[in-house]
Design a protein around this ligand. Structure first.
Ligand code: PHE
Length: 359
């Protein structure tokens, strides 16, 4: 190969490389150009270098010298282009900042509809003199069953109807063996009535509390069931409490919750149907009347209630001859769904922001 041809190739390459680096629009394009010309394996400079071997022996030193000069020139052109680009990026950013533009709004979250319902319920019951208390979601069988007059043989204790936990807590002094030998079973509470027991065990009467929280049952999820849901539990213990008090409180509660919301201040009624719960006697199912936009009248099932069973009062050390009381347990989701016209409970727990931000 003649020296003149080799040098012509080098010069052409150098000019092309300069043009490519200069016209690279962004960092990615510049990097692609670098690989094309300076790439260690398949770069075009590398290819020209291969021609060095074919230059006549006498011309080799001159060819090698020229090759090194061009290599350095291409490398310098690349470095310059890189430098120019990073400076340009900063300038572009500075120019793009327009102080007269309105600020970008911060995306605000909001309370979950169930949380809103709970807050509203606490508010209403607070005005009726009920203090909100909390209880643990992991319970022992004394608080979930035994003290609530649900004996060991009762079907409500069925492992298929409850989330029992595999491990049992040891009380101080209890041997680890007791755990496997029928030590206290623990479970995710299946009802908030557990809190009635905890409050009465730790406070003398009178008692006037509500408790709102999660309960767990192994139900298959469908439009009206979910393995976790919320209840509002109410408990009032005093001298001479009657079922009339229970009905008045529930009616005031429903009236306050729905009366203004959807019935336009209309009367809301509460209906009792005879029922059975081990921890209340007599026991009732509570329905609430409602009127929809079309003026149609219906009844919404809200939950259970009744007069606290004397066995429960005795279990917590109260004297059933002295005090009586009522208790109720209502489904929070049901009330929340009714209020907003939500027809599938699963929508509440899918965490789809498009759904949740409507409330
Ligand atoms: N704990 C009952 C349930 O979960 C409801 C209830 C509470 C009934 C208080 C009576 C009194 O079904």
């Amino acid at each position: 190969m003649a020296l003149a041809d080799f040098i012509a190739d080098l010069n052409a390459l150098s000019a092309e490389a300069d043009a490519s680096f200069a016209s690279a629009a962004d960092a990615a394009a510049l990097e692609a150009a670098r690989v094309e010309y300076l790439g260690a394996k398949a770069g075009r400079l590398k290819a020209v270098q291969q021609g060095l071997g074919k230059v006549d022996k006498a011309d080799k030193p001159a060819a090698g010298k020229r090759f090194n000069e061009v290599k350095q020139a291409i490398e310098a052109a690349f470095a310059a282009a890189q430098e120019r680009q990073s400076r340009g990026a900063v300038v572009a950013e500075r120019e793009a900042f327009d102080v007269t533009l309105p600020g970008r709004p911060v995306r605000l979250g909001r309370l979950h509809p169930v949380t809103q319902t709970i807050a509203e319920m606490k508010d209403i019951m607070g005005r009726l003199g009920f203090t909100a208390v909390e209880g643990p979601e992991i319970e022992d069988d004394w608080h979930n069953f035994e003290a609530l007059n649900i004996p060991r043989s009762h079907p409500a204790r069925d492992p298929l109807d409850n989330f029992y936990l595999a491990t049992a807590q040891l009380t101080p002094g209890e041997s680890p063996g007791a755990k496997s030998l029928g030590g206290k079973p623990l479970l995710l509470r299946s009802q908030t009535s557990t809190v009635q027991i905890r409050v009465m065990e730790s406070t003398p009467p009178p008692v006037r509390i509500i408790s709102l929280g999660r309960v767990y049952r192994p139900d298959t999820a469908d439009a009206t069931h979910y393995p976790m849901f919320h209840q509002i539990e109410g408990l009032l213990i005093d001298r001479g409490v009657t079922m009339a008090d229970l009905k008045s409180v529930l009616r005031l509660f429903c009236q306050s919750y729905f009366g203004s919301v959807e019935a336009g201040g209309q009367d809301v009624h509460v209906r009792f149907r005879p029922s059975f719960f081990p921890f209340t006697e007599p026991s009732v199912e509570v329905d609430m009347s409602w009127t929809n936009a079309a003026g149609e009248h219906g009844w919404l099932e809200m939950g259970g209630a009744g007069m606290v069973d004397p066995n429960v009062l005795r279990a917590v050390g109260y004297d059933p001859e002295e005090v009586t009381g009522f208790a109720f347990g209502l489904g929070v989701e049901r009330i929340c769904m009714r209020q907003h016209g939500i027809t599938d409970i699963r929508a509440l727990y899918e965490n789809d922001v498009r759904f949740l931000e409507q409330f």
